[in-house]
Design a binder for this molecule. Structure first.
Ligand code: SF4
Ligand code: SF4
Length: 113
């Protein structure tokens, strides 16, 4: 089992989650973060840190395993992130929007740290 990052993180990227992870398994895209499923030790510490409830156990994934696939694929190539950066200036305006992945998700890597 692992934890996964889901739709609410897109364009939000507040990064409260990254500093609490004991095994530093968050990876940064241009407008999304992912968890590396093979590195996550399933401790659950990050879940309550996310202000938009984007982090969930994979038992709450969609039936087709969509979010596990996204987290698995992009954690292989995006850079590691362990220090909270500056959230996007417009993050609040996208906070409650649904279906952001389909509309805005970028496959480009973030800067990492
Ligand atoms: S705290 Fe939540 S919204 Fe922010 S980067 Fe982490 S998972 Fe994404
Ligand atoms: S569940 Fe624990 S190990 Fe997995 S990403 Fe969250 S803080 Fe890191």
């Amino acid at each position: 089992m692992t934890y996964i990052v889901t739709d609410a993180c897109v364009k939000c990227k507040l990064m409260d989650c990254v500093e609490v992870c004991p095994v530093d398994c968050f990876y940064e895209g241009e407008n999304f973060l992912v968890i590396h499923p093979d590195e996550c030790i399933d401790c659950g510490v990050c879940e309550p840190e996310c202000p938009v409830d984007a982090i969930k156990p994979d038992s709450q994934d969609e039936p087709d395993g969509k979010w596990l696939k996204v987290n698995t694929e992009f954690s292989k190539t995006w850079p590691n992130i362990v220090v909270k950066g500056t959230p996007p200036a417009d993050a609040d305006s996208f906070r409650d929007e649904k279906g952001k992945f389909e509309k805005y998700f970028s496959t480009e890597p973030g800067r990492g740290d």
